[in-house]
Design a protein around this ligand. Sequence first.
Ligand code: UDX
Length: 426
Amino acid sequence: MSGVAVIGAGYVGLTTATCLAHLGHTVICADIDEKKVDALNKGEVPIHETRLPELLRDGLSQQTLKFVVGARQAVTDSEFVFLCLPTPQSDDGRADISAISQVIEEIREIIPAGSTIVNKSTTPVGTNAAIQSLVRRGDVAVVSNPEFLREGVAVTDFLQPDRIVIGSTDPEAAQKVSGLYNAVDAPIITVDPLSAETIKYATNSFLATKVSFVNALAAVCEAVGADIESVIRGLGADQRIGSRFLQPGPGWGGSCFPKDMQALVRMADDAGYQFDLLRAVIEANEQQFARVVSKVERLVGDKLGGAKISLLGLTFKAHTDDLRNSPALEVAKLLSSEGARLIAYDPMVESNSGLPTEIELAQNIEQALTGSDAVVILTEWPEFTRANWGALRDFMNAPRVLDARNALDRRAMLDLGFQYDDLGRI
Ligand code: UDX
């Protein structure tokens, strides 16, 4: 088994380090945050990822995994150096790879001859070549190995992926990197670096297109009187389309889709192609936030000003605690700008710290619904689906529900006497 350094202990780096250790490699994971490194060496996981705590503790107890402060402490005995660094969106929409450049500058002289730098961060097409020119060492290969990890299920996505993509101009280096995944049962797709980097953006932008499409389709269903769930059953049965990732919602968000879409549009522009189709997907997503708000407005008889609106769900999707670019916060902003008073409950959000000041935080569903003029379901937490809505109705000032995740049983809610709306169902 191999000696592996993983630089960055965020969502991607921490999952990569623990899973590579689980696969039998000896891993040193480096981060600049000393507190985070100390906590990780004690087995404390700062993010919400199923199975990650167990894998972390296994790696620590078997001494196949440890955490250090700073990249230079991790690379001197490693055959592989994984880059799992943040590539945030710059003001102009382009991906900012300064964290990668900084780490390369820090380690380029001390990484062992014959080692391989493996870039797992989502980086603009062409970054592999840029890293090569920063490393400036003929005895160190640079390979792209993009990640396809969904938050909340990242361990499963790492250990049971649909495929492993490796981008390299050096067949031997590609072979060595694919060897790291020998214990993973998945096809390995080895291509040139530019194509590997493009596959990552292609995947996320196609997935975002599916979601924007199904949200627009739900609006069409409402207009023509069709039922979106029936339409999805027929649509998804087509093997060329598939039924996954066709769940209507308030729009897509998170730490990846929004930034990756902007980055791809900018990359295409810079390369001389106007990616209008992807611009339309982004625009459709913005429109979805506004569509949710206009539905709430209709529910309260066009009197949003001063209305008390309850938000159930703040995270960008269920089974994560991540608020980054959450559609729920986009909807909240629009509701607040219309004069609504907002109170919210999310099982994974305990403090207002990451929230806009206009959102009051409740500790449970009942508190959130007390005196409410309407409630909007924005994240598909099971707690909301399982709730006793017959009892909850009596907490509200008026029994009005906008189910922006199609999470509840429409017929049951209508039978309970709710004024109920959702996305495209009859
Ligand atoms: C995504 C990609 O799935 C992953 O491969 C990539 O590596 C990182 O970005 P993630 O950001 O965790 O993962 O979110 P994902 O589960 O893909 O959902 C993205 C957004 O689309 C969420 O806001 C989610 O609520 C929304 N969504 C997803 C829908 O509205 N409907 C769906 O059917 C699926």
